[in-house]
Design a protein around this ligand. Sequence first.
Ligand code: NAP
Length: 268
Amino acid sequence: MVKAIVSGAAGRMGGRIIHMIHQNPDIELAAALERPDHPAVGSDAGTSAGIGELGVPISGSLAEVVDKGDVLIEFTTPEATVANLRTAVEKGLAVVIGTTGITGAMLEEVQDLAKRVRCVMAPNMSVGVNVMFKIAGLMAEILGPDFDMEILEVHHRFKKDAPSGTAMKLAQILAQATGRDLEKVATYERKGLIGERPKDEIGIQTWRAGDIAGEHTVLFGGMGERLELIHRAHSRDNFARGAVRAAIWVVEQPPGLYDMQDVLGLKK
Ligand code: NAP
C-alpha cells in the first residue's frame, strides 16, 4: 500500500486528490499539509475534503510529516513546490508535481532536484490531454507549414498563472514538431494594426471565466479547411485521478524525472 502525503490539502486540487486516494485500494493518505498560517492547519484532511473524518490532521509543514509517506503529491504554488521538493530530496521521498507556472531559475532548480529522486512532473495529469499531446505533434508534422497553428486555453476565474502549463506544453510540442523556436514564434495577444499573420507564428490565447475546469483547443487553419483538436475537462477529477495514478507508479521507478507520457506508457 503506497502512503501519500498531499500538499495543498485544502486547495481545489488537494481536496479532489484526497477524495481519489480514499476511493483507491492501492494508496492511502498518510499525511496532509498546508502553509503554516493556513486556517485549515489542525483540521482533519478528510473533513476538509468533504468525505468525512479520516484521522489525518492537516500539518503546517512538510518537515513535520515527511517520514510518514512514500510519495509527496504537490499541487500548490511554485514557491511552495520548490521548498517542499528540497525537503523531499533530503529525505528520499518520491514526488508528483502538478503545480504549474514554474518558470526561469525556479524551473531549473526543480528539474535539477527532481532528477535526484523519483519524480513525475506534468502540467496536466489527465489521460485525454496526454493523448492530445501525442496527437498534436503528429498533426503538426503531417499538416506542415501551410496550416496556421493557434492554441486557446480556457479556465476558471481563480487560476493564478497564464497561459496554462498545458497550453505552453502544447505550444512546445507544435514548435518542436515543425522545427521552430517557440521563444521566437509565440504570440500571446494581438491588438491594433498588426499586419498579416507571420507564417511561422504559434498563437497562444487565454480566456478566464466562471468555474470552467479547463479547456484546450489546438486549431490548424488551412486555406479552405481547418482542423480542431479539443479537450474539455468536465471537472478536476480527471487531473486528481491522474495524479494518484502517477503516485502509485513513481514509487516503483528508479530515480529520475518523468512525465505523464511515461506513466501512461505513451512514449513507445
Ligand atoms: P488552489 O485551490 O489555490 O490550491 C493550492 C493550495 O496550496 C492552497 O490551499 C494554498 O493555500 C496551498 N499552499 C500555498 N502554499 C503552501 C505551502 N507552502 N505548503 C502547502 N500548501 C500551500 O489551487 P488549485 O486549483 O488546487 O491548483 C494548484 C496548482 O495545481 C496550480 O498551479 C494549478 O495550475 C495546478 N493544476 C495542475 C493540474 C495538473 O493536472 N497538473 C490540474 C489542475 C491544477 P493558500 O490558498 O492559502 O495560499
